[in-house]
Design a protein around this ligand. Sequence first.
Ligand code: ZN
Length: 345
Amino acid sequence: MRATFMYGAGDVRVEHAPDPTIQLPTDAIVRVVRACVCGSDLHPYNSMAASDTPAPMGHEFLGVVEDIGSDVSAVKKGDFVIATFAFQDNTCVFCQEGFQTACVNGGWYGQPGVGGAQAEAVRVQQANGSLLAVPVDETSELLPSLLTLSDVYLTGYHAAHMGNVSPGKTVTVIGDGAVGLSAVLAAKQMGAEQIILMGRHTARTDLGREFGATDVVAERGEEGIAKVMDLTRGLGSHVVLEAVGHMPAYEQSYGIVRPGGVISRVGVPQYEAAPVGFGSLFGKNVTLNGGPAPVRAYIEQAIPEVLEGRINPGKVFDLTVGLDNTADGYKAMDSRESLKALVKP
Ligand SMILES: [Zn+2]
């Protein structure tokens, strides 16, 4: 089969790779129908040291089940499925507590020996907990929105969930990437009254307004903080959803959060240490949370929202590339020509 590998920063190649096979009774093999490039794929795209042992890429996908191991009962051959971006058994204690990304039998795509989804086929481990059959076929117009349930929309949803977004609250979303815009849509679904989107790419913030943003702040840093404080009558934002992962976004977060508020982060932090003292979190009694989204906790509720047309998070895709041209998708997203690239094997 053909599959996408990263050999180093800026070096994405589509190459022939061995067809994936069932290795454990809990495995399934899925032929990929749609995959995509994630904002988190751009972090190694900018920083990975050149290597002779490349990383298999991609973790968001829809497909058709081609084969199942003897313990797999949740899906069968021929089912059209959504895969969660991390795999999990969905039965262990952490899964039961709603943190499936910490599953004791779980893991991540793109690791050596696991494979990636920007490929013609994927070996899915823990298939019973990681694949959900949906009643559509390869011709459905809903595929882009269903694909966002693999990761991006439900990562935005997780941010809002962890931020305790509820009716009447002011929510500020930092970042106008696909996760940030998804967080806007999720905050709207949860009844937020005021949704301030911090971002400066007009085409993106326009989609943010369509998703429910009431205000857009293009300024960054101190200026951006001042603007948000103005928009909240000097009080600050009850909830800040940080969907970037760089230190300036974290600094903006504690600059605009209201006393007693919550900062919920879903941008993968590109820093190890950050201020938590009196001038950042402590002085305002601020809660800091967030992490890798357990999309499995939210996906069963989200599937009918998409199938019945109540949400259309697939609008974040503005580019489609064939699998052979996956590198073009990375390039376009990295240069911000594309918000999110869909990959069609
Ligand atoms: Zn588990």
